[in-house]
Write a new protein. Structure first.
Lengths: 77, 227
């Protein structure tokens, strides 16, 4: 089955790329944009049919490799 | 003193490090990342570069490579482990050093000479070093050191800050911080001070005619402390 994972910077961690994107959007006329946070998206295919088991494995992968928990949070979709 | 420089795919300061170590009397061996065992040595160096193309996060893939298990065991048994630039990033990813190196504050790749102040001389690396302000070279996109407030407290209480960015006089105010690193941190120890990660490249400062020789001061001092 396929599992999707989103990794984002934790609240309060400086995101200079997100800031640059926000400022560019503002400059392009999208003046309503207050804040942009950039993240990563993973599409992971695992040999597992049980959804809970698959997500359990993915959770471990997130903790061990996909996210750096010092600055990042992850969400398994 | 025997040293081992680990080569990862994408390392590019490994040979400079080899030259620098040999020039200062170290018996150095190059070690491939896919090896399982380290040769018998006193110092392991994780060199600068772009291991695995900086994929995912800088140093994250190298931090899971085969040789790293032996490096962690070596460090935990008290062996000296030195990570330069990408090597510093790898050390944070393995957990041997706390925190993380984020993208530079102003999103630019910084390549220039900087001054750094030696903050702690009670360790094998800087004990008796004859200069406390070193001019070294930095070249990185992710050197912006970050950790949580609690971790920073622990780091300070244990005197783990090894080097801070400063001016020629040694003032480490924010204005002399090139990349936004927390507390101007340019180099960091683990609790036992046998693991050192630093963004500046001492191996690029070993020839006074080409660059400068403050890197030589570092290497000479380390080997002298060992003997």
């Amino acid at each position: 089955m396929k599992v999707k994972v989103i990794v984002t910077l934790k609240n309060g961690v400086l995101d200079p790329q997100g800031k640059a994107i926000q400022q560019t959007l503002n400059g392009m006329g999208f003046v309503d944009v207050k804040d942009v946070r950039q993240g990563k998206y993973f599409d992971i295919e695992v040999n597992e049919t049980d959804e809970n088991k698959a997500k359990f494995k993915i959770d471990e992968m997130c903790k061990k490799l996909l996210a750096n928990l010092v600055i990042e949070d992850y969400k398994i979709l | 003193m025997k040293s081992s420089v680990i080569i990862f795919p994408g390392s590019n300061c490994d040979r400079d490090m080899d030259v620098a170590l040999k020039k200062h009397g170290y018996k150095n061996k190059m070690v491939w990342h896919d090896d399982i065992d380290l040769p018998k040595c006193d110092l392991v160096v994780l060199p600068g570069g772009f291991s695995y193309g900086d994929y995912l996060r800088c140093g994250s893939i190298a931090g899971k490579s085969k040789i790293i298990k032996s490096v962690i065991e070596f460090a935990n048994s008290g062996g000296l482990v030195l990570g330069i630039c990408n090597g510093f990033q790898i050390l944070t990813e393995t957990g041997l050093l706390p925190g993380v190196l984020q993208q530079n504050k102003y999103l630019n790749f910084i390549c220039k000479n900087v001054h750094v102040k030696v903050n702690n001389k009670e360790n094998s690396y800087f004990k008796n070093i004859k200069k406390e302000i070193l001019e070294l070279h930095i070249a990185h996109n992710e050197g912006n050191y970050f950790c949580t407030k609690d971790e920073l407290e622990v780091i300070k209480n244990n005197n783990q800050i090894a080097l801070t960015y400063c001016n020629t006089e040694g003032s480490d105010e924010e204005e002399f911080n090139p990349n936004g690193a927390l507390n101007n941190i340019a180099g960091l120890f683990n609790k036992n001070k046998n693991v050192l990660g630093m963004m500046p490249h001492p191996e690029r400062m070993i020839d006074k005619y080409l660059s400068g020789n403050d890197g030589s001061i570092f290497f000479e001092n380390l080997i002298k402390n060992y003997i």
